[in-house]
Design a protein around this ligand. Structure first.
Ligand code: GDP
Length: 397
Protein backbone atom coordinates (compact mmCIF):
# COMPACT_ATOMS: atom_id res chain seq x y z
CA UNK A 1 0.00 0.00 0.00
CA UNK A 2 2.77 2.43 1.01
CA UNK A 3 4.64 1.53 -2.13
CA UNK A 4 1.57 2.38 -4.18
CA UNK A 5 1.28 5.78 -2.44
CA UNK A 6 4.95 6.43 -3.08
CA UNK A 7 4.59 5.53 -6.74
CA UNK A 8 1.67 7.96 -7.04
CA UNK A 9 3.76 10.68 -5.34
CA UNK A 10 6.65 10.06 -7.72
CA UNK A 11 4.32 10.17 -10.69
CA UNK A 12 2.85 13.48 -9.51
CA UNK A 13 6.33 14.97 -9.00
CA UNK A 14 7.33 13.88 -12.50
CA UNK A 15 4.19 15.47 -14.00
CA UNK A 16 4.91 18.68 -12.09
CA UNK A 17 8.44 18.73 -13.42
CA UNK A 18 7.32 18.33 -16.98
CA UNK A 19 4.83 21.17 -16.42
CA UNK A 20 7.63 23.34 -15.03
CA UNK A 21 9.82 22.63 -17.99
CA UNK A 22 7.03 23.58 -20.34
CA UNK A 23 6.61 26.91 -18.53
CA UNK A 24 10.36 27.41 -18.61
CA UNK A 25 10.69 26.66 -22.27
CA UNK A 26 7.66 28.76 -23.08
CA UNK A 27 9.33 31.67 -21.38
CA UNK A 28 12.50 31.03 -23.27
CA UNK A 29 10.56 30.91 -26.51
CA UNK A 30 9.40 34.46 -25.89
CA UNK A 31 12.97 35.55 -25.48
CA UNK A 32 15.18 33.50 -27.81
CA UNK A 33 18.90 34.03 -27.23
CA UNK A 34 19.90 36.06 -30.27
CA UNK A 35 23.26 35.75 -32.02
CA UNK A 36 25.96 37.72 -30.19
CA UNK A 37 26.31 40.37 -32.87
CA UNK A 38 22.68 41.46 -32.64
CA UNK A 39 21.17 43.34 -29.71
CA UNK A 40 20.32 41.11 -26.79
CA UNK A 41 17.25 41.28 -24.63
CA UNK A 42 18.03 40.95 -20.99
CA UNK A 43 15.02 40.07 -18.91
CA UNK A 44 14.99 41.03 -15.24
CA UNK A 45 16.36 38.18 -13.11
CA UNK A 46 13.62 35.66 -12.68
CA UNK A 47 13.54 32.10 -11.40
CA UNK A 48 14.61 29.64 -14.08
CA UNK A 49 11.87 27.10 -13.60
CA UNK A 50 13.34 24.69 -16.08
CA UNK A 51 16.78 24.62 -14.46
CA UNK A 52 15.46 23.94 -11.02
CA UNK A 53 13.44 21.07 -12.37
CA UNK A 54 16.61 19.30 -13.51
CA UNK A 55 17.92 18.16 -10.12
CA UNK A 56 14.85 16.45 -8.66
CA UNK A 57 14.34 14.58 -11.95
CA UNK A 58 17.44 12.48 -11.18
CA UNK A 59 15.91 11.52 -7.86
CA UNK A 60 12.82 10.22 -9.59
CA UNK A 61 14.99 7.71 -11.47
CA UNK A 62 16.20 6.04 -8.27
CA UNK A 63 14.68 2.73 -7.16
CA UNK A 64 12.11 2.70 -4.44
CA UNK A 65 14.55 0.87 -2.10
CA UNK A 66 17.09 3.61 -2.56
CA UNK A 67 14.51 6.24 -1.83
CA UNK A 68 13.33 4.54 1.34
CA UNK A 69 9.92 4.88 2.83
CA UNK A 70 8.74 8.15 4.24
CA UNK A 71 8.63 8.36 8.01
CA UNK A 72 5.15 9.60 8.85
CA UNK A 73 6.31 10.97 12.22
CA UNK A 74 9.26 12.96 10.86
CA UNK A 75 8.69 16.69 10.50
CA UNK A 76 7.92 17.52 6.91
CA UNK A 77 10.69 19.55 5.34
CA UNK A 78 9.39 21.90 2.74
CA UNK A 79 11.29 22.03 -0.51
CA UNK A 80 12.73 25.50 -0.97
CA UNK A 81 10.46 27.44 -3.25
CA UNK A 82 12.21 29.64 -5.77
CA UNK A 83 11.27 33.20 -4.94
CA UNK A 84 11.13 35.92 -7.53
CA UNK A 85 13.54 38.70 -6.64
CA UNK A 86 11.63 41.26 -4.62
CA UNK A 87 10.70 44.13 -6.88
CA UNK A 88 10.84 47.58 -5.44
CA UNK A 89 7.66 49.58 -5.20
CA UNK A 90 8.51 53.10 -6.33
CA UNK A 91 7.01 56.03 -4.51
CA UNK A 92 3.83 57.50 -5.96
CA UNK A 93 4.57 60.51 -8.12
CA UNK A 94 1.93 62.83 -6.70
CA UNK A 95 3.41 65.25 -4.21
CA UNK A 96 7.02 64.33 -4.92
CA UNK A 97 8.01 67.91 -5.48
CA UNK A 98 6.51 68.87 -2.16
CA UNK A 99 8.45 66.07 -0.45
CA UNK A 100 11.67 67.15 -2.11
CA UNK A 101 11.06 70.84 -1.63
CA UNK A 102 13.53 71.26 1.18
CA UNK A 103 16.36 70.20 -1.15
CA UNK A 104 15.40 72.82 -3.64
CA UNK A 105 15.00 75.51 -1.04
CA UNK A 106 18.48 74.81 0.37
CA UNK A 107 20.21 75.86 -2.80
CA UNK A 108 17.84 78.58 -3.89
CA UNK A 109 17.95 81.02 -1.02
CA UNK A 110 19.74 83.59 -3.10
CA UNK A 111 16.83 83.86 -5.48
CA UNK A 112 13.50 83.82 -3.68
CA UNK A 113 14.50 85.06 -0.25
CA UNK A 114 16.88 87.61 -1.73
CA UNK A 115 14.16 89.05 -3.91
CA UNK A 116 11.71 89.28 -1.04
CA UNK A 117 14.23 91.05 1.16
CA UNK A 118 14.97 93.58 -1.56
CA UNK A 119 11.31 94.18 -2.34
CA UNK A 120 10.63 94.78 1.36
CA UNK A 121 12.98 97.73 1.56
CA UNK A 122 11.32 100.95 2.60
CA UNK A 123 12.79 102.85 -0.27
CA UNK A 124 12.56 101.02 -3.58
CA UNK A 125 15.00 103.27 -5.44
CA UNK A 126 16.81 102.65 -8.73
CA UNK A 127 19.73 101.00 -6.94
CA UNK A 128 17.39 98.53 -5.33
CA UNK A 129 15.75 97.68 -8.65
CA UNK A 130 19.19 97.14 -10.09
CA UNK A 131 20.00 94.80 -7.23
CA UNK A 132 16.79 92.93 -7.95
CA UNK A 133 17.83 92.64 -11.57
CA UNK A 134 21.29 91.41 -10.60
CA UNK A 135 19.79 88.83 -8.27
CA UNK A 136 17.70 87.44 -11.11
CA UNK A 137 20.58 87.43 -13.58
CA UNK A 138 22.89 85.74 -11.07
CA UNK A 139 20.22 83.09 -10.59
CA UNK A 140 20.42 82.24 -14.32
CA UNK A 141 16.96 83.61 -15.14
CA UNK A 142 18.27 85.14 -18.38
CA UNK A 143 18.25 88.70 -19.64
CA UNK A 144 14.88 89.00 -21.36
CA UNK A 145 12.83 87.25 -18.66
CA UNK A 146 14.64 89.30 -15.99
CA UNK A 147 13.72 92.55 -17.66
CA UNK A 148 10.15 91.44 -18.07
CA UNK A 149 9.86 90.45 -14.46
CA UNK A 150 11.41 93.65 -13.12
CA UNK A 151 9.06 95.69 -15.26
CA UNK A 152 6.05 93.78 -14.01
CA UNK A 153 7.17 94.03 -10.40
CA UNK A 154 7.79 97.79 -10.67
CA UNK A 155 4.35 98.30 -12.12
CA UNK A 156 2.58 96.18 -9.53
CA UNK A 157 4.49 97.61 -6.57
CA UNK A 158 3.52 101.09 -7.75
CA UNK A 159 -0.15 100.11 -7.93
CA UNK A 160 0.04 98.37 -4.58
CA UNK A 161 1.13 101.45 -2.66
CA UNK A 162 1.79 100.22 0.85
CA UNK A 163 3.57 96.89 0.87
CA UNK A 164 3.02 94.32 3.60
CA UNK A 165 5.31 91.27 3.54
CA UNK A 166 2.31 89.12 2.65
CA UNK A 167 1.38 91.37 -0.26
CA UNK A 168 4.89 91.18 -1.59
CA UNK A 169 5.10 87.43 -1.27
CA UNK A 170 1.80 87.00 -3.12
CA UNK A 171 2.86 89.42 -5.83
CA UNK A 172 6.26 87.84 -6.35
CA UNK A 173 4.76 84.37 -6.30
CA UNK A 174 2.25 85.27 -8.99
CA UNK A 175 4.82 86.92 -11.20
CA UNK A 176 7.32 84.07 -10.93
CA UNK A 177 4.61 81.55 -11.76
CA UNK A 178 3.62 83.64 -14.78
CA UNK A 179 7.23 83.63 -15.89
CA UNK A 180 7.36 79.83 -15.53
CA UNK A 181 4.44 79.45 -17.92
CA UNK A 182 1.65 77.90 -15.84
CA UNK A 183 -0.20 76.92 -19.01
CA UNK A 184 2.50 74.68 -20.45
CA UNK A 185 1.39 71.07 -20.79
CA UNK A 186 3.96 69.29 -18.63
CA UNK A 187 2.62 65.78 -18.83
CA UNK A 188 5.16 63.24 -20.08
CA UNK A 189 3.33 61.74 -23.07
CA UNK A 190 3.41 57.96 -23.15
CA UNK A 191 0.14 57.00 -24.78
CA UNK A 192 1.52 55.40 -27.94
CA UNK A 193 -0.76 53.95 -30.62
CA UNK A 194 -3.51 51.34 -30.54
CA UNK A 195 -1.04 48.50 -31.09
CA UNK A 196 2.19 50.21 -30.12
CA UNK A 197 3.64 51.35 -26.80
CA UNK A 198 4.41 54.95 -25.98
CA UNK A 199 7.99 55.68 -26.99
CA UNK A 200 10.16 58.17 -25.15
CA UNK A 201 13.66 59.00 -26.30
CA UNK A 202 16.00 60.49 -23.70
CA UNK A 203 18.80 62.68 -25.05
CA UNK A 204 21.48 64.87 -23.50
CA UNK A 205 25.20 65.25 -23.02
CA UNK A 206 26.87 62.42 -21.14
CA UNK A 207 27.24 63.22 -17.47
CA UNK A 208 24.06 65.26 -17.24
CA UNK A 209 22.24 62.37 -15.59
CA UNK A 210 20.60 60.90 -18.69
CA UNK A 211 20.82 57.22 -17.77
CA UNK A 212 19.90 57.90 -14.16
CA UNK A 213 16.91 59.92 -15.33
CA UNK A 214 15.82 57.16 -17.71
CA UNK A 215 15.94 54.72 -14.77
CA UNK A 216 14.09 57.09 -12.48
CA UNK A 217 11.49 57.73 -15.17
CA UNK A 218 10.91 54.00 -15.50
CA UNK A 219 10.12 54.00 -11.79
CA UNK A 220 7.76 56.95 -12.18
CA UNK A 221 5.89 55.04 -14.89
CA UNK A 222 5.84 51.80 -12.91
CA UNK A 223 4.56 53.75 -9.89
CA UNK A 224 1.74 54.93 -12.16
CA UNK A 225 0.91 51.34 -13.07
CA UNK A 226 2.58 51.22 -16.51
CA UNK A 227 4.78 48.42 -17.83
CA UNK A 228 8.12 49.51 -19.24
CA UNK A 229 10.83 48.24 -21.62
CA UNK A 230 14.20 49.97 -21.59
CA UNK A 231 16.42 50.43 -24.64
CA UNK A 232 20.12 50.84 -23.81
CA UNK A 233 21.12 52.77 -26.92
CA UNK A 234 23.98 54.57 -25.18
CA UNK A 235 26.56 52.16 -26.52
CA UNK A 236 29.32 54.74 -26.22
CA UNK A 237 29.71 54.79 -22.46
CA UNK A 238 30.82 51.33 -21.33
CA UNK A 239 28.80 51.12 -18.12
CA UNK A 240 25.62 52.77 -19.37
CA UNK A 241 23.83 49.55 -20.40
CA UNK A 242 24.64 47.78 -17.12
CA UNK A 243 23.54 50.84 -15.20
CA UNK A 244 20.24 50.99 -17.06
CA UNK A 245 19.64 47.28 -16.69
CA UNK A 246 20.11 47.52 -12.93
CA UNK A 247 17.52 50.29 -12.78
CA UNK A 248 15.16 48.15 -14.83
CA UNK A 249 15.62 45.00 -12.76
CA UNK A 250 14.68 46.83 -9.61
CA UNK A 251 11.18 47.47 -10.94
CA UNK A 252 10.77 44.52 -13.32
CA UNK A 253 11.46 46.32 -16.60
CA UNK A 254 13.27 44.47 -19.37
CA UNK A 255 16.35 46.02 -20.93
CA UNK A 256 17.18 45.59 -24.59
CA UNK A 257 20.89 46.04 -25.11
CA UNK A 258 23.60 45.33 -27.62
CA UNK A 259 27.36 44.98 -27.83
CA UNK A 260 29.51 47.86 -26.60
CA UNK A 261 30.04 50.29 -29.44
CA UNK A 262 27.15 48.67 -31.32
CA UNK A 263 24.65 50.51 -33.48
CA UNK A 264 22.40 52.59 -31.22
CA UNK A 265 19.66 52.84 -33.86
CA UNK A 266 19.31 49.06 -34.16
CA UNK A 267 19.10 48.68 -30.38
CA UNK A 268 16.48 51.42 -30.20
CA UNK A 269 14.55 49.71 -32.99
CA UNK A 270 14.74 46.35 -31.24
CA UNK A 271 13.66 47.87 -27.94
CA UNK A 272 10.44 49.16 -29.50
CA UNK A 273 9.96 45.83 -31.27
CA UNK A 274 10.29 44.07 -27.92
CA UNK A 275 7.90 46.57 -26.36
CA UNK A 276 5.33 45.76 -29.03
CA UNK A 277 5.91 42.00 -28.69
CA UNK A 278 5.34 41.95 -24.98
CA UNK A 279 2.52 44.49 -25.04
CA UNK A 280 4.42 46.96 -22.86
CA UNK A 281 2.89 50.35 -22.17
CA UNK A 282 6.04 52.39 -22.64
CA UNK A 283 9.52 52.04 -24.16
CA UNK A 284 12.21 54.36 -22.82
CA UNK A 285 15.32 54.76 -24.95
CA UNK A 286 18.55 56.02 -23.42
CA UNK A 287 20.91 57.50 -26.01
CA UNK A 288 24.53 58.60 -26.11
CA UNK A 289 25.39 62.29 -26.07
CA UNK A 290 28.84 63.10 -27.36
CA UNK A 291 28.96 66.76 -28.08
CA UNK A 292 32.50 67.06 -29.36
CA UNK A 293 31.47 66.19 -32.88
CA UNK A 294 28.23 67.91 -33.57
CA UNK A 295 27.84 66.27 -36.96
CA UNK A 296 28.31 62.83 -35.44
CA UNK A 297 25.69 63.60 -32.85
CA UNK A 298 23.27 64.84 -35.47
CA UNK A 299 23.78 61.75 -37.59
CA UNK A 300 23.40 59.39 -34.69
CA UNK A 301 20.40 60.91 -32.93
CA UNK A 302 18.66 61.65 -36.20
CA UNK A 303 19.15 58.04 -37.25
CA UNK A 304 17.91 56.65 -33.92
CA UNK A 305 14.80 58.79 -34.23
CA UNK A 306 14.13 57.84 -37.86
CA UNK A 307 14.61 54.15 -37.22
CA UNK A 308 12.40 54.13 -34.13
CA UNK A 309 9.72 55.98 -36.06
CA UNK A 310 9.44 53.04 -38.44
CA UNK A 311 7.33 51.53 -35.66
CA UNK A 312 5.27 54.69 -35.20
CA UNK A 313 5.72 58.28 -34.03
CA UNK A 314 7.71 59.11 -30.92
CA UNK A 315 5.64 60.36 -28.02
CA UNK A 316 8.39 62.36 -26.36
CA UNK A 317 11.97 63.45 -26.86
CA UNK A 318 13.19 64.50 -23.43
CA UNK A 319 16.34 66.59 -23.19
CA UNK A 320 18.26 66.08 -19.95
CA UNK A 321 20.21 69.12 -18.77
CA UNK A 322 22.42 69.45 -15.72
CA UNK A 323 21.04 72.53 -13.97
CA UNK A 324 24.39 73.28 -12.35
CA UNK A 325 25.97 74.02 -15.73
CA UNK A 326 24.00 77.24 -16.16
CA UNK A 327 24.71 78.98 -19.46
CA UNK A 328 26.56 75.96 -20.77
CA UNK A 329 23.36 74.00 -20.39
CA UNK A 330 21.63 76.52 -22.63
CA UNK A 331 24.27 76.06 -25.32
CA UNK A 332 23.70 72.29 -25.16
CA UNK A 333 19.96 72.82 -25.37
CA UNK A 334 20.40 74.81 -28.57
CA UNK A 335 22.54 72.14 -30.22
CA UNK A 336 20.16 69.30 -29.38
CA UNK A 337 17.15 71.29 -30.48
CA UNK A 338 18.77 71.59 -33.90
CA UNK A 339 19.14 67.83 -34.13
CA UNK A 340 15.83 66.53 -32.82
CA UNK A 341 12.49 68.07 -31.90
CA UNK A 342 12.69 68.33 -28.14
CA UNK A 343 9.26 67.97 -26.54
CA UNK A 344 10.22 68.29 -22.89
CA UNK A 345 13.14 69.15 -20.64
CA UNK A 346 14.41 67.34 -17.58
CA UNK A 347 16.55 69.51 -15.33
CA UNK A 348 18.76 67.40 -13.08
CA UNK A 349 20.83 68.24 -10.00
CA UNK A 350 18.57 71.03 -8.83
CA UNK A 351 19.43 69.80 -5.34
CA UNK A 352 23.00 70.96 -5.75
CA UNK A 353 24.45 74.36 -6.42
CA UNK A 354 22.12 75.00 -9.35
CA UNK A 355 20.31 78.29 -9.60
CA UNK A 356 16.58 77.89 -10.05
CA UNK A 357 16.38 80.57 -12.72
CA UNK A 358 17.69 78.11 -15.31
CA UNK A 359 14.18 76.63 -15.45
CA UNK A 360 12.88 79.91 -16.82
CA UNK A 361 15.82 80.50 -19.15
CA UNK A 362 15.78 77.09 -20.79
CA UNK A 363 12.06 77.11 -21.39
CA UNK A 364 12.47 80.47 -23.08
CA UNK A 365 15.37 79.22 -25.12
CA UNK A 366 13.53 76.20 -26.50
CA UNK A 367 9.91 77.17 -26.12
CA UNK A 368 9.46 73.75 -24.52
CA UNK A 369 8.38 73.06 -20.93
CA UNK A 370 10.46 71.62 -18.12
CA UNK A 371 8.52 68.46 -17.36
CA UNK A 372 10.60 66.78 -14.69
CA UNK A 373 13.28 67.83 -12.25
CA UNK A 374 15.99 65.77 -10.57
CA UNK A 375 16.50 66.55 -6.91
CA UNK A 376 19.00 63.97 -5.77
CA UNK A 377 20.69 60.67 -6.46
CA UNK A 378 18.00 58.60 -4.74
CA UNK A 379 15.88 56.30 -6.90
CA UNK A 380 12.72 58.34 -6.46
CA UNK A 381 14.30 61.78 -6.49
CA UNK A 382 12.73 62.74 -9.80
CA UNK A 383 9.63 64.90 -9.58
CA UNK A 384 7.05 66.15 -12.04
CA UNK A 385 7.63 69.88 -12.36
CA UNK A 386 4.91 72.04 -10.85
CA UNK A 387 5.40 75.83 -11.10
CA UNK A 388 3.41 76.60 -7.93
CA UNK A 389 5.28 74.16 -5.70
CA UNK A 390 8.58 75.22 -7.28
CA UNK A 391 8.00 78.90 -6.56
CA UNK A 392 6.86 78.10 -3.01
CA UNK A 393 10.17 76.33 -2.51
CA UNK A 394 12.00 79.40 -3.78
CA UNK A 395 10.30 82.00 -1.64
CA UNK A 396 8.86 79.93 1.20
CA UNK A 397 5.18 80.02 2.07
P1 GDP B 1 24.75 60.17 -18.16
O1 GDP B 1 26.17 60.04 -18.61
O2 GDP B 1 24.13 61.43 -18.67
O3 GDP B 1 23.92 58.98 -18.44
O4 GDP B 1 24.82 60.42 -16.58
P2 GDP B 1 24.45 59.46 -15.36
O5 GDP B 1 23.01 59.09 -15.40
O6 GDP B 1 25.42 58.37 -15.26
O7 GDP B 1 24.61 60.49 -14.13
C1 GDP B 1 25.81 61.14 -13.84
C2 GDP B 1 25.85 61.44 -12.33
O8 GDP B 1 24.86 62.41 -11.99
C3 GDP B 1 25.55 60.23 -11.47
O9 GDP B 1 26.45 60.21 -10.39
C4 GDP B 1 24.13 60.48 -10.96
O10 GDP B 1 23.87 59.89 -9.72
C5 GDP B 1 24.14 61.99 -10.85
N1 GDP B 1 22.79 62.55 -10.89
C6 GDP B 1 21.84 62.36 -11.83
N2 GDP B 1 20.73 63.08 -11.53
C7 GDP B 1 20.99 63.74 -10.36
C8 GDP B 1 20.24 64.66 -9.54
O11 GDP B 1 19.10 65.03 -9.80
N3 GDP B 1 20.87 65.13 -8.41
C9 GDP B 1 22.14 64.76 -8.08
N4 GDP B 1 22.67 65.28 -6.98
N5 GDP B 1 22.87 63.91 -8.84
C10 GDP B 1 22.30 63.41 -9.96
Amino acid sequence: MEIVILAVVIALVAVGLVGGLVVGSRKKKQLPPPPPSTPTITPPAEPQVGEEAEAPRDEARRTIDEVGLPDATAPVEEAPVAEAPALEVPEPTAGRLVRLRARLARSQNSLGKGLLTLLSRDNLDEDTWEEIEDTLLTADVGVAPTQELVERLRERVRVLGTRTPDDLRTLLREELITLLGPDFDREVKTEGGAETPGVVMVVGVNGTGKTTTTGKLARVLVADGRSVVLGAADTFRAAAADQLQTWGERVGARTVRGPEGGDPASIAYDAVKEGIAEGADVVLIDTAGRLHTKTGLMDELGKVKRVVEKHGPLDEVLLVLDATTGQNGLVQARVFAEVVDITGIVLTKLDGTAKGGIVIAVQRELGVPVKLIGLGEGADDLAPFEPGAFVDALIGD
